[in-house]
Every structure is written in structure tokens, then in C-alpha cells.
Design a protein around this ligand. Structure first.
Ligand code: HAX
Length: 441
């Protein structure tokens, strides 16, 4: 029976041939036009990247290889007795493009188990930075320390044929994903649990084992981790973490260097760090109001105060989405099932009833609806994970699945070094006065 690597290679060869044909026939077809404001405004809406693993529709939300989150919750294999999808299955889907069987998922779990040993010098590297360092800083330090193991870097130094880039990238991606839960759990236990580390359990799936190493044995927390790791994995290619990983990888920086770069982007408050900002903001609101479950009126006042201080409402808005994020909805459904009476979760739901109207009133916010980060923290607090500075690391472990599956595709398709054109305002002014071109090489 073909291995995951062999299946991936077969799919990639098929796709490469298809792309060659498409480019031969349609390479000069226009895909849209760019207006001046877009280059000053974060390249919003400019189609300029190929990412095979998922596609974001502004109204529908994310689809992974054509499947929505509710569809994946039904169709992907589950842990024994569980109801949430195993992220191993999503990784398989993103890589191969087809839904996996139970056996395919088991094979991924086993492969990650076999590759999961973290060398001691990685823990030493984490120990070398102060405990007070942000968990995302420690996480990136760990990824950089793991880079010593890169097969891509080693083979490139030995003189690898470009036809083999995908092979070394695949191995690095698999090994890196296998090791991330261990280093993330180490950082959590080091910083928050008196350095009482927990050894991995080789009988558990990837997320179940992660929950175990973090110190959470409750089966419903393990289910939450499976859902969490699935829904945070990928959001097409233009978001900061995915785009950065792809950009750095396009210089043939190995998967470790590329992922570390992407994780530094995820650590920004307008991106992944928003998950910690949401809970910090709600905790501060509850403290100021001295209540566990603020009323809608109290929330309204607090939101207006936040906006008046020139801050954003964390967890709301999106650069592409124009409706409630289906990742928010999936978490809401989970909390209705497991913790419907939790006051913090109810606060999140009340905020959802109040914030969109206030943001709409501002007249400038393109998407007043909640994103993935608006809900995740409340679920974690429910199970006792109150250390919100750690939340973005959880997001990062999951995001590695998507961006590394994409990196395998980048190398298998031989995608080019990314090098868009930039301009200066002086050159724009000349162009506007018809005195010169703003594009060139
Ligand atoms: N609260 C207050 N103002 C907001 C806002 C919010 N939640 N969302 C957007 N705006 C403001 C913008 O700051 C901008 O104001 P200025 O013109 O004064 O600069 C204006 O509305 C237009 O912005 P936009 O076009 O609607 O949004 P962008 O594409 O520029 O930015 C962001 C998208 C997600 C960065 C933005 O909505 C935001 O800052 N949200 C809060 C932070 C957050 O939740 N980030 C996580 C996003 C999802 C994600 O990546 N998760 O990892």
C-alpha cells in the first residue's frame, strides 16, 4: 500500500502537469485589476498567491479542499468514543486532497508518534530564555533550536537536486508537526506549573497526547483540543502566518526557518495574539464592573469606552470574512454542548449580541462580526487553562498543520521565489503626473 509520501508525490505530479497545461493555455488571462488604494492598504483583495490547502469565501467562511467546518465535523474520523474530528485527518485532506479513511488517520498518528522525540538541547534552548519571556517567544526559540535537525537544510548543503526539494520538505514538515505539542507543553508547564513536566503518552492521538502533556486529562478537554487543532489549522494563503511561512519558504529557507517566521507573525495582536487579547479584555471588563456576567448595557458601555480609548474590540472584524466566522460558531456549538451555564461563555455570547451593532454604527468597520479568537479563550478558561498568554501557542501548533502542508505543495509544484514590485510615493506622484512608470523589474 502506498505511503502518505508516495500518495502526496502522485497527487503533486498530477497537479504539476495540470498547472503546466493551464499556464500554457491561459497564462496571459487577466485575473483582476489593482487600484492605487490597495497598494497602500495591505494589498487587500489582490489575488497574487496559490495556496492549495483551503479557500476562504467572504460570506461562507473557510473550506478545506471544498469541505466546510460542519462537513468536516461529520466526515473526518474521530477518536474512539469521540465526536470531534481528528486534526490528523484534516492534515491528510490538506495534503492529499481527499478525505482519509480511519486507517489513513491512524497511519498519520503513528508516523507523528514515531517522529516525536525532542532532543534535549531544544529544552536547554527554552531554558536559556527567562521564564518571563512570552510563551510565543519561547515557542519560536524552540522551533529555531529544532532547526538543527532539518533534513532540507542538510541535503541542500550536500547539493540536493531541485526535483527532491519536496521530499526533504515533507520529512521536515512531518517531524516538526510531530514535535510541536511536546515543546509547547514544555513551555506551558515550565512557565505556569512549577516545571512539573509530563511525559508523552504513546497510545494517544496527537491532540489527546497534547492535552495530556499540558496536564488536562478530562476527556472533553481532549475533544476540545481535537476541534481546536482542526479549526485553527488553515485560512487560505494571504493571512500573516500563512503568507509569511510561504514567503520565507520561497527563498528555500527550510521548513523550520519558514514556520518560525510565520509564528512571529501569528504573535501579532491583529492576528493570532487576538485570542489572548479577547480574554484579557473580558477579564478587565469583569474586574472593573465587579461582576461575573455583565449585562448587555454594561457591555455596551465598556465597548464604547474601549473604542473611545482608540483601541480595537479584540475578536471582532476580519480582513476577508463578511459574516460570523464559522470557526466562532463551531466553538459556540461545542460550548452549548459542554458548558452552557458557564458565566464566561455566556459573557462571550452576550458580547456577540452587542458588539456587531456598535461596530456597524462606526460606519468604517467592514466586518462587524466575531472571528475565531472571540470564543476560544472562554472554552479554555472553563477547563482551568486561565493563563491567556499561552493561547497563541495553541493556535500556532494548529496553524503549523496548514502552513506546513502548504509548504510541501510549494516545493512539489516548484512555486517561485516571491518578489512583488514595490513603489515609492515619489514614483506614484510621477506616475500620476504621467511622467513615469511605477512598475519595472
Ligand atoms: N474594533 C474597532 N475597530 C475596528 C475593528 C474592531 N474589531 N475592526 C476593524 N476596525 C476598524 C479598523 O481599525 C479601521 O479603522 P481605521 O480606518 O481608523 O484604521 C477600520 O475599522 C477599517 O478596517 P477593516 O477594513 O474593517 O479591517 P482590516 O481589514 O483593516 O483589519 C482586522 C482586519 C482583523 C485587523 C481588524 O478587524 C481588527 O483589528 N480586529 C480586532 C483584532 C482581531 O480580532 N484580530 C484577529 C483577526 C482574525 C485573525 O487573524 N485571527 O488570528
Amino acid at each position: 500500500m502506498a505511503t502518505l509520501k508516495e500518495r502526496f508525490k502522485a497527487r503533486a505530479d498530477e497537479q504539476s502537469a495540470e498547472i503546466k497545461d493551464i499556464l500554457k493555455k491561459h497564462g496571459n488571462k487577466k485575473i483582476g485589476e489593482v487600484v492605487l488604494s490597495q497598494i497602500y492598504q495591505g494589498m487587500r483583495g489582490i489575488t497574487g498567491l496559490v495556496t492549495e490547502t483551503s479557500l476562504l469565501d467572504a460570506k461562507e467562511g473557510i473550506r478545506f479542499r471544498g469541505y466546510s467546518i460542519p462537513e468536516l465535523q461529520k466526515k473526518l474520523p474521530k477518536a474512539p468514543g469521540g465526536t470531534e474530528p481528528l486534526p490528523e485527518g484534516l492534515f491528510y485532506l490538506m495534503l492529499i486532497g481527499e478525505l482519509p479513511t480511519e486507517q489513513d488517520v491512524l497511519d498519520v498518528t503513528n508516523s507523528w508518534q514515531r517522529r516525536s522525540h525532542v532532543p534535549n538541547y531544544v529544552f536547554d534552548a527554552i531554558e536559556a530564555v527567562p521564564k518571563s519571556s512570552h510563551p510565543m517567544t519561547q515557542f519560536v526559540v524552540a522551533i529555531m533550536a529544532l532547526q538543527n535537525e532539518s533534513i532540507f537544510a542538510k541535503k541542500y548543503a550536500e547539493g540536493m537536486n531541485k526535483k527532491d526539494y519536496w521530499d526533504a520538505t515533507f520529512d521536515d514538515a512531518m517531524t516538526l508537526i510531530a514535535r510541536l505539542p511536546r515543546v509547547a507543553a514544555y513551555i506551558y508547564r515550565r512557565k505556569y506549573k512549577d516545571e512539573k513536566h509530563i511525559q508523552p503518552d504513546g497510545l494517544l492521538d496527537w491532540s489527546g497526547n497534547f492535552a495530556h502533556m499540558l496536564g488536562f486529562e478530562d476527556e472533553s478537554f481532549k475533544e476540545l483540543m481535537r476541534l481546536y487543532m482542526t479549526i485553527h489549522a488553515d485560512h487560505e494563503g494571504g493571512n500573516v502566518s500563512a503568507h509569511t511561512t510561504h514567503l520565507v519558504g520561497s527563498a528555500l529557507s527550510d521548513p523550520y526557518l519558514s514556520l518560525a517566521a510565520g509564528m512571529n507573525g501569528l504573535a501579532g495582536p491583529l492576528h493570532g495574539l487576538a485570542n489572548q487579547e479577547v480574554i484579557k479584555w473580558i477579564f478587565e471588563m469583569r474586574e472593573e464592573l465587579a461582576v461575573k456576567l455583565p449585562t448587555k448595557e454594561q457591555i455596551k458601555k465598556y465597548v464604547k469606552k474601549t473604542l473611545g480609548e482608540g483601541k480595537v474590540v479584540p475578536g471582532y472584524g476580519h480582513a476577508v470574512l463578511r459574516k460570523t466566522d464559522p470557526r466562532f460558531t463551531a466553538q459556540m456549538e461545542f460550548s452549548k454542548k459542554h458548558m452552557a451555564d458557564d458565566p464566561l461563555v455566556n459573557t462571550v455570547w452576550r458580547i456577540y449580541e452587542v458588539v456587531p451593532d456598535i461596530l456597524k454604527e462606526l460606519g468604517k468597520v467592514k466586518n462587524p462580526w466575531p472571528n475565531v479568537d472571540a470564543h476560544s479563550g472562554a472554552l479554555l478558561v472553563h477547563y482551568g487553562m486561565v493563563e491567556y498568554e499561552f493561547y497563541t501557542v495553541l493556535f500556532g501548533v494548529s496553524r503549523a498543520l496548514g502552513v506546513l502542508a502548504s509548504l510541501c505543495w510549494d516545493r512539489a509544484l516548484g512555486l517561485a521565489l516571491e518578489r512583488p514590485k514595490s513603489v515609492t510615493t515619489a514614483s506614484v506622484k510621477e506616475w500620476l503626473e504621467d511622467k513615469g512608470e511605477i512598475w519595472g523589474d
